[in-house]
Design a protein around this ligand. Structure first.
Ligand code: ADP
Length: 869
């Protein structure tokens, strides 16, 4: 057996082998060491007592899905090896074969355990400097193909899809391909070659199937694209995941232009994932996603991945959102119906891969049965996009009828044990049921009859799997047993008998049972085949429902959060009246959100230079502008009173180095590299959002770099330029507005009050000529002595007092000895704290007891009384 194991294991290196033995999957050697750790199960040994026994662990076969899912989440591939002949029929070792390989990118069979999001596998396939890229979600059948010379664009698609597994040629990986490192950070990288498979005929079949009419034909595909697709399909053959009738005819959607958002910007704007340490709710997706179906949930992500570039397309979506927003009652009803529907896309996947059971088909039927109601309810929404959705909602009456007249309402999970088919579907089945039922009746009658004949009132007719039907008589009644009973089994308290008559009837009942199971199975399978024939139609319906669901979700949030419809046009404007940050306004409930205006365009208002102290709200503001622009391109209403905007081709955001520590990008070098990329790739139609760029180095360096970048962005095109928001605390930059006409100063207003500053969160025209850093430091609780000293140093710096060697004088003189008069006048924020305030400041709240607190309170009162007296 070990020889057989090793032979099979050699076919799947780097893959954990589930080796079926009876009711268990066993793992051996290295696999057992790994799996026992990941799955947290006991590790034992085959020959425990011998030196070097084989390490071993196992899991029960019926619970294998949970374990599989866990291994896959941890980036392992698992090959499932079954016994492929009946152990009873052979005296040698049972034949075993790998029946399929489950991988992080191909988690077939685990759909009910895994989340509803798309799970993609990607294949990368370069030829002559062109990179081919394919994505497949095997559970839903979504297939996309793309190729380009631009590595950056390919990388962009990869990052946005977040595949779980990336297929790459083994050769490339061995030759030190520079991408390898990058890819490994992204997902499990699987080395693979076309020559790993033998069955090229099967590969050709698959290729023909996915390039069937309806989508792109092979002719429209380039050599690289064909290669990439074949590479991916070959992996399906190799892993025996080749039931792919549900894979949608290929759409090369990735070729369409879309609003590009690079990976950094996507993370920085917290579109899908929150930045480190924040709650899940801190993302745009979580504000957006009010979808009711898994299909809608997936599509919402897709819309956010690929915002539109055509004004007409955007307006079509906006028209639909508008009517859905305005009719809250109808919208609620529609969402209620959608909420009851199942994941049609994954159901179809289960049907085509022949894994669907009767429950799946009942779910399918129940979902489809809502279509006529939906169709009717959509009538009132008379806009093109919703009309189109409605037209695609074929009610599928016949299929629904067929399913509901064939299957019972609540069938069992197994398809091998009957109980699925309704009465009246098949005469033969009805007849068999009758035989079974009459047999059972006969047994009941026999029991009464035998009780009477023998005078044993406790005599029972029972059934078990080993003995079939038998008569049971308790020990105390054994003397009453008649001659014709044949003893079969003796128990402690009873004996079991059969009679020829009983066995004859048993034969009938059991053979009926067996035939019922077989017949039901075959009826079910042919029904499933019939459903398979409707694959494309159901997928079309599912796709339309997904669009409807997303539009309803956008209508819902538009109304709930008082969004307005953006006016999208063909010019360069990005004008926002009273805009809000869609996420901050939802999650920062301590402070009511202060809306602000934006005035950007290429011609006159190209660069908004925003100054203000730390914590004033600069970052929030500039991100809010980017998010509003993005939302409008998705076709959503926006958090603002009014928005006029033209199409943007790409949004770039960068944050000065020290803000990036959490992302692991701590060096100034990276900050500059990324800024260089922005300068190189942005166009007149882009939107650039720069937050404290230049901060990662010394003040003078940083200031000079920031200055030069703004100048460059302003001057590089003759007329007009890239719309830019530049937040900075270098108030010196505000001088730029006097030199460059398209640069305008803005500041996030603060108010000085007594000793403190108050954040107004309001954007005002004009620059801010001081940074209030010391006031913010005070707010943050730095000790009084430090604040005081900082003010003195600042004073000297501002006066430009330097020693002969150019060092500010403050570093050599002690502040105790300094002459003070001029300073006293400059000191706007002198400490005016009373002794009580000082004392309160010094308390460490988490270290004192309640009693001590009371005592302190008493003392403060005494002090105040004294002061007033
Ligand atoms: P800065 O970038 O100027 O240092 P932030 O943008 O990080 O400041 O804002 C600081 C805090 O102020 C944020 O946590 C946010 O919750 C709050 N804030 C910012 N803008 C507003 C606003 N317009 N209305 C209400 N709160 C805001």
């Amino acid at each position: 057996m070990v020889r057989q194991y090793l032979q099979i294991k050699s076919q799947v290196p780097d893959t954990i082998l589930f080796f079926r033995m009876g009711d268990f999957y066993e793992m051996f050697f290295e696999d057992a060491l790994v799996a026992s750790k990941v799955l947290d199960i006991a590790l034992t040994s085959r020959d425990k007592n011998k030196e070097g026994g084989v390490p071993l662990c196992g899991i029960p076969y019926h619970a294998c899905d949970q374990y599989l899912a866990k291994l896959i989440r941890e980036n392992y591939r698992v090959a499932i090896c079954e016994q492929v002949e009946d152990p009873k029929t052979t005296r040698a070792i049972v034949k075993r074969e790998i029946v399929r390989i489950v991988t992080p990118g191909l988690p077939v069979g685990l759909e009910s355990i895994l989340e509803a999001d798309n799970i993609f596998i990607a294949s990368l396939y370069p030829i002559n400097g062109i990179m081919g890229l394919a994505f497949l979600d095997i559970l839903t059948g979504d297939l996309k193909l793309f190729s380009d010379r631009s590595e950056e664009l390919v990388l962009d698609h990869l990052q946005v899809h977040q595949p779980r597994e990336i297929l790459v040629s083994r050769q490339l990986l061995m030759n030190g391909w520079p991408w390898a490192g990058k890819l490994k950070k992204m997902a499990l990288v699987t080395p693979f070659d076309l020559t790993d498979i033998q069955d090229f005929e099967r590969l050709d079949d698959l290729f023909k199937a996915v390039t069937r009419p309806g989508g792109e034909t092979p002719k429209a595909l380039s050599e690289v694209e064909c290669g990439t697709l074949r590479f991916l399909l070959a992996y399906l053959v190799w892993t025996k995941n080749d039931h792919i009738e549900h894979v949608k005819s290929l759409q090369v959607t990735l070729r369409r232009p879309y609003l590009r958002i690079d990976d950094f910007t996507r993370r920085n704007l917290e579109i899908f994932e929150p930045l480190n340490g924040k709650s899940k709710r801190a993302t745009l997706l979580s504000v957006f996603d009010e979808t009711c179906t898994p299909m809608g949930k997936r599509l919402m992500r897709e819309w956010l991945r690929y915002p539109l570039q055509e004004v007409e397309e955007i307006n079509r979506r906006l028209d639909a959102v508008e009517v859905l927003r305005s009719r809250g009652g109808q919208r609620g009803r529609l969402r209620g119906i959608l909420g009851k529907m199942s994941d049609l896309e994954r159901l179809v996947g289960r049907v085509t891969s022949e894994r669907a059971n009767a429950r799946d088909l009942v779910q399918l039927k129940d979902s489809l049965a809502f279509l006529p109601t939906l169709h009717e309810a959509l009538k009132v929404f008379d806009v093109p996009l919703i009309r189109e959705i409605r037209d695609r909602l074929d009610p599928m009456d016949e299929l629904v009828d067929r399913l509901s007249t064939t299957l019972v309402d609540a069938p069992p999970i197994s398809i091998l044990e009957g109980g699925m088919i309704r009465k009246g579907v098949s005469d033969e089945l009805d007849e068999l049921w009758k035989i079974r039922a009459s047999g059972k009746n006969w047994m009941i009658k026999l029991e009464a009859q035998e009780q009477k004949r023998t005078g044993i009132s406790s005599l029972k007719i029972r059934y078990n799997r080993v003995f079939g039907y038998y008569i049971e008589v308790t020990k105390s009644n054994l003397h009453l047993v008649p001659e014709d009973y044949q003893r079969r089994q003796t128990l402690v308290n009873a004996e079991r008998f059969i009679t020829p008559q009983l066995k004859e009837m048993e034969e009938k009942v059991l053979s009926a049972e067996e035939r019922i199971q077989k017949l039901e199975y075959s009826l079910f399978v042919s029904l499933r085949e019939e459903v398979k024939g409707h694959t494309e139609k159901i997928q079309e319906i599912a796709a339309s429902l997904a669009v409807l669901d997303v539009l309803l979700s956008l209508g819902e949030i538009a109304q709930r959060y008082r969004y307005s419809r953006p006016i999208v046009m063909k010019d360069s404007r990005l004008w926002i009246k009273q805009g809000r940050h869609p996420v901050v306004e939802q999650i920062n409930l301590q402070e009511s959100f202060v809306p602000n205006d934006t005035e950007l365009d290429s011609e006159q208002n190209q660069i908004m230079l925003i100054t203000g102290p730390n914590m004033a709200g600069k970052s929030t503001y500039i991100r809010q502008v980017a998010l509003i622009a993005l939302m409008a391109h998705v076709g959503s209403f926006v958090p603002a009173e009014e928005v006029h905007m033209g199409i943007i081709d790409q949004i770039f955001t960068r944050v000065g180095a020290s803000d990036n520590l959490a992302m692991g990008l701590s060096t100034f070098m990276v900050e500059m590299q990324e800024t260089a990329t922005i300068l190189a790739n942005s166009t007149v139609k882009s939107l650039i959002v720069l937050d404290e760029i230049g901060r990662g180095t010394s003040t003078f360096d940083g200031l000079s770099i920031a200055w030069a970048i703004v100048e460059y962005l302003h001057d590089r095109y003759k007329e007009g330029g890239t719309k830019t928001l530049f937040a900075t605390h270098y108030h010196e930059l505000t001088d730029l507005a006097r030199l460059k006409p398209r640069v305008h100063n803005w500041n996030v207003a603060v108010k000085e009050w007594n000793d403190e500053i108050i954040f107004l969160r309001r954007l005002a025209r004009g620059g801010m000529n001081r940074s209030y850093g010391i006031q913010v430091a005070r707010l943050a609780g730095l000790p009084q002595s430090v604040i005081k000293r900082a003010k003195e140093i600042l004073f000297n710096l501002e006066k430009g007092e330097l020693t002969v060697s150019g060092v500010p004088t403050i570093s050599v003189s002690s502040h105790e000895e300094r002459p003070r008069p001029a300073f006293v006048q400059r000191e706007l924020f002198a400490a005016r704290h009373s002794p009580v305030e000082e004392a309160i400041r010094k308390i460490s709240i988490d270290q004192i007891t309640p009693l001590e607190a009371l005592n302190l309170l008493h003392r403060f009162q005494e002090l105040l009384k004294k002061k007033e007296a």
